[in-house]
Design a protein around this ligand. Sequence first.
Ligand SMILES: *Cc1c(COP(=O)(O)O)cnc(C)c1O
Length: 371
Amino acid sequence: MNKIPFLSFNKLHESIRDNVLDAIAQVYDSYWYINGPAVSAFEKEYAAFNRVEHCVGVANGLDAIFLSLKALGIGAGDEVIIPSNTYIATALAVSECGAIPVFAEPDVRTYNLDPRKIEALISSRTKALIPVHMYGQACQMEEILDIANAHKLYVVEDNAQSHGALCNEKLVGSFGDVNATSFYPGKNLGAIGDAGAVTTNRADLADTIRKMRNYGSSKKYYNEIQGYNMRLDELQAAVLNEKLKHLRLWNNERQVLADRYNKQLENVGDVILPYTYPECSHVYHLYVIRTRHRDELQQYLANHGIETLIHYPVPIFMQEAYKHFRKDRAKYPIACALSREVLSLPLYIGLDEEVQDRIVYTIKNYFSSHA
Ligand SMILES: *Cc1c(COP(=O)(O)O)cnc(C)c1O
């Protein structure tokens, strides 16, 4: 019996192999390896894709969030509201600025930041909100922006999992003051190493971040501010340029696979399927189900050669790294329940229908024989 991996690059990377290797060879032969034409070209293409004025390539998603907050002047003592169930990078970026992450419980249906729970968390120190489009579904951005405007808060989208998702026909990564994304290899648009970007319609923020990522300099050896080295690598930009051409098609394929799961897993055991609000779209970076039998189901699938993952098994406020928040865990019952009950099923470009059918069949078998 063949093993079914959680993620496979086989078909995806085979299909574009020649073009990607050509693009890499071009960089190699150009002798221009830092902030060269591939980075500029990718920034232009990605800004156009995202329908924003500016894109600034950076080294990874964490740096993208950090630089966004830093450019907005967020620092020591400020509070930034983030979802209680996000990946730790969102919180680390806030901490790296010297600011304090404040956790908001998610919408129990979509696992996204719940606009109805934000206002109670706003204090005189709150400076910004970070909506994270979890698993690939756009947050309810209209409601979130209304709250931000009413309280004069900045909005920084964490768009790492949702390239191409829409809210009311507008692309994520174009709502906030400045927005951060990651091109970690497994993301919907992924490099072959670390990479990230910020997107914004504000020229001043784009300029600041462009300087910050490059030692605070826009002219070689003249440093206007104390910056960082957080540049997007030229080789990664060349790869991303090739892959970006296919992103819409790949997102469609993910949606077709997700629809097949949605249809076939309806009314199976106590499984809760992903819910999508009508005004939002979902690009299924992850296909996440919820069940009270999560650990047993995961073990059963593993015994049958099917690999699954958990996003995420330990909420940020329970991590060793943030142990000072553990005492507050009772405030986050939804995030705690999700960490015990969510399971991400294999979903990747080139996943065969027969393979997907075997996953569904095995899940159904588990529930008819166990739960
Ligand atoms: C992947 C991810 C990040 C961080 O991206 P890196 O490129 O690995 O630094 C940030 N936020 C979310 C929600 C992510 O999924």
